[in-house]
Design a protein around this ligand. Structure first.
Ligand SMILES: Cc1cc2nc3c(=O)[nH]c(=O)nc-3n(C[C@H](O)[C@H](O)[C@H](O)COP(=O)(O)OP(=O)(O)OC[C@H]3O[C@@H](n4cnc5c(N)ncnc54)[C@H](O)[C@@H]3O)c2cc1C
Length: 443
């Protein structure tokens, strides 16, 4: 009987567990998930206020119509009927005006650019969309490539503000393959799951428990240690786990034949000393999302996703969830996310919800002068590692899923490339790892 542990309970872990259990040799393995939170779902997890029927994500989440791996995952769970798609409106805020900018037609009407620049921008976007694989573009800086092909103004007005808001000081260093991979899977219709992604994670939890998986909540893995066993038994890995349920918190040790870590390098390096985690070039940014519960809409023009291209505004996007999903699922409340990426070391990352709200307020008033009167409540969620930085020739830095420590595997958003980290890619990558483990271990 092989004992397997998975560290972290996000969607990568959920799919890994599901795929490993759907092998031919399920009687030969036991599987345990250690999650430091009280629930599964990770960054796509959410919460539910009193009188809401559906859960809401801590950070805005949607799928694209071409997210086939996620669709297949739901099908294998018999949950595919919960997935649905809806057309949404994307706009851009630029110099105190809001422009719909989400189709060839709307780009052609975007008079802030000359006709030539509009045509160049549209042509480059169309070429990127039909390009089957754009990884070779990783040798170019997106900032240089886009200025040369789409025009300087197109870069300055449309793309530069987004790169700066997403990648802060590293905006000029991001490679062009990343940009291709952002454009390629985009579809006009966006996908969502009935009940919200937390509800989905809760249903998967039940299915995993029915299959015999042990899920340990509020169990934070603190260390991974290699244990050499005698008599040709092969090495094991010892997990040192802090139970956050107990007061005071208790430490516990457990041995496993095989351990899969799903945390990014920032957190992984605290668990074990591995050569590939030393001086590692896999840097990333943190995210903070302020969620507003409102009595009425903030964005009255139907926009779901508003890119904020204003130079001095302190956030990247305003996402009006109720312009995507019906407010009746949330007791008729209007829900708006204000998104931002930044360095963990930035003083703003330490802000409380109240301080961030006060900091955002003058800008939100420009979108809707009545915003303060509409407010029911706000809530702040932070992620220390939310967006990997992908610089020139990033493929040379990609970490292996089989680590240098025997029997220890690793899968995180840093293994996903050139596509941006996302739920669909988390499923693609965890399918690959499950396959590799089955081959290595003969499951
Ligand atoms: C702001 C934002 C917006 C996003 N929007 C989208 C979107 O629209 N569409 C989309 O597809 N994707 C989106 N994503 C990305 C998506 O959330 C992730 O790709 C996906 O959730 C990754 O899942 P994961 O399992 O790899 O990692 P995670 O979800 O990060 O899971 C890791 C888990 O490990 C747990 N953990 C951490 N440390 C320990 C420890 N020491 N011991 C035990 N457990 C631990 C954490 O609590 C967490 O549950 C977004 C992400 C962010 C931050």
């Amino acid at each position: 009987m092989k004992k397997i542990a998975i560290i972290g309970g996000g969607f990568s872990a959920l799919n890994l567990a599901w795929q490993l259990l759907n092998s031919d040799a399920t009687e030969e393995l036991t599987l345990e998930i250690f999650e430091k939170d009280r629930q599964l779902g990770g960054m796509a997890g959410g919460f539910k206020e009193k009188n809401w029927d559906w859960t809401l994500e801590k950070h805005y989440h949607h799928l694209f119509a071409k997210d086939l791996a996620f669709q297949k995952f739901l099908k294998s769970l018999d949950l595919e009927n919960q997935l649905f798609y809806q057309k949404t409106l994307t706009s851009t805020r630029w110099q105190n005006k809001t422009y719909q900018l989400d189709s060839a037609w709307s780009l052609l009407n975007f008079k802030e650019l000359s006709l030539i620049d509009r045509l160049r921008t549209g042509l480059v976007l169309a070429l990127l969309k039909i390009l089957p694989n754009g990884q070779f573009l990783e040798k170019y800086h997106a900032s240089v490539f886009l200025q040369k092909t789409m025009g300087k103004k197109s870069w300055q007005i449309i793309w530069q503000p987004l790169f700066e808001a997403k990648f802060a000081d590293w905006a000029e260093e991001i490679n062009m393959a990343w940009f291709w991979a952002r454009i390629k899977p985009r579809t006009a219709k966006l996908g969502y799951v009935e009940g919200g992604f937390q509800f989905l994670a809760d249903q998967i939890e039940k299915k995993l428990i029915n299959k015999g998986v042990k899920i340990h909540f509020q169990s934070e893995v603190k260390k991974i240690q290699l244990v050499d066993r005698q008599k040709n038994k092969g090495p094991q890995l010892k997990l040192i786990i802090k139970s956050l349920k107990a007061q005071p918190a208790k430490l516990q040790e457990k041995n496993f034949d095989l351990v899969i870590n799903t945390l990014p390098s920032l957190q992984f390096a605290k668990l074990i000393d591995l050569p590939e985690l030393k001086n590692n070039p896999l840097k990333g940014l943190a995210a903070m999302t302020l969620t507003l519960r409102l009595k009425d809409k903030l964005l009255k023009d139907g926009t779901y996703w508003l890119n904020v291209n204003e130079k001095d505004w302190p956030f990247l996007a305003v996402v009006e969830h109720d312009n995507f999903l019906d407010k009746r699922f949330y007791n008729n409340e209007h829900l708006v996310y204000i998104g931002k990426y930044l360095s963990r070391k930035s003083p703003v990352y330490q802000y409380s919800a109240k301080k961030l709200w006060q900091n955002y307020l003058p800008f939100l008033r420009k979108l809707n002068p009545k915003i303060e009167k509409l407010l029911i409540d706000y809530r702040l969620n932070k992620e220390d590692f939310a967006q990997p930085l992908v610089k020139i020739q990033h493929s040379l830095n990609l970490p292996a899923m089989r680590t240098s420590c025997p029997n220890l595997y690793w899968l995180s958003m840093q293994h996903i490339y050139p596509f941006d980290r996302g739920l669909n890619q988390a499923i693609v990558a965890s399918n690959q790892l499950a396959q590799q483990i089955k081959e290595d271990w003969g499951f």
